[in-house]
Write a protein that binds this ligand. Sequence first.
Ligand SMILES: Cc1ncc(COP(=O)(O)O)c(C=O)c1O
Length: 454
Amino acid sequence: MTGSPPTIYSGATPAQVADNLANLLNFQDEGLPLPELEAMIAADLLPHLMRYDRPRFQSMFNAFPSPEAWAGAQVALAYNQGVTNWQVSPGGAMLEELCGQALCRLFALASDADATFMYSGTYGNQQALYLALHRHAERQGIDLAQKGIAGFAAPQRLAILAAEGAHFSLKHAVRMLGLGEESLISLPLDARWRIDVPALRSIVRELQSSRDIFCLVATAGTTSTGAIDPIGIMADIAQKIGAWLHVDGAYGYAYKLVSEWAHLFTGDDRADSITWDPHKQLGAPIPNSLLFVKQRDDFKRMALHSHYFNRPDALEPNPGLKSPPSTRPMSALPLVTIFRGRGLKRLVGDLRAPLVAIRALADYLRPLPDVELFHEPDTGILCFRMKPLGLTEQELDVLQHKLYTRIMSSGERSISITNLGGSQLLRLVVVSPQTTVADLRETIDEIATICRAI
Ligand SMILES: Cc1ncc(COP(=O)(O)O)c(C=O)c1O
């Protein structure tokens, strides 16, 4: 953006933000003229909103809506369409169904695959685990919908295997499903922070007599490091033990569209379900998440009919039969306008750029003596720490925290912090093609300057 001020947000403290918002939230008997209200929002709220469109936003997966997204989002907003059933939006319901099918083809999923839009990746993961459990129950002659987990003779045996670094939405899912966190078994990672295959095999062997493993979760782009688990090998193992394979591609699945990265996703067409968040690097306005299933009939496990809509005898498309909300916005349209407006060639170029920038940053950092690189990047994330000579592990952790806090409080750029293997690390994330390796190196220079001063 030309002429942008250097800040990407105010850098204000929570107390300052709350103070600024007090006026806006002082509900009054009399209404305000809209221009006055807009001026108040501009003065009191906008400075505290993060500008994802600035190249110095290098911390999270969020993205600003592109002009192409606006085109669809404005129509979605103007018509305020709920799209879960034909009665409330024939066009919206059909668009969503056809968009899901078009995406299955674009990602080269199985011919019988299908998709539904979700409110977020978190709910996509939760629904995937429910579907996995439902299928497992069916195979034992249990009606999960009626009996719940009490229908299992030994519910405490139920187990899901996922990587140590898998997203915490899986913990939410097992809590919400009544399985409890003890059902979620952590798999160790290898040197690339992907699921360690020999360890996975031996854990599966060990658990087979004591637990009922009904689901394996591969993450295609982990939140901390962007690592992509070995999907194909996990599909083989899942098939062998009769478990459901879910791929959490909330962050990373978009990169399957980039030809040089596509091989990392091999086996995704054998996954029973896949979560994907176009609201991340594609800049589709939130909410914009999807859950894919390998067989469209899998969604039948979600169906609940009513007398007024989603009727059992309906012939029209009713996307609301595939997931719980009876109201969802027309998320498909902004996604369609992104794909059609940008075109696949440009869209793939925009996805490739951050991957290339992060690789180039890794090349730059690798030889530096006072920087420790923690992984080779699979996607658009790089974790490292500043490591001046002579500091203990504890002092290094404190140092990374200080660096992170100093950068963030400036309001000029945004980085993130994480923990890998017990060490505090700085983490740079690129989702926008606007952030180049030069921008990333500028961040490194600034971190190094603060580090020297500390
Ligand atoms: C790998 C992964 N899974 C799931 C999620 C949750 O997605 P959402 O924020 O859309 O709920 C995230 C969020 O960043 C993620 O990185």
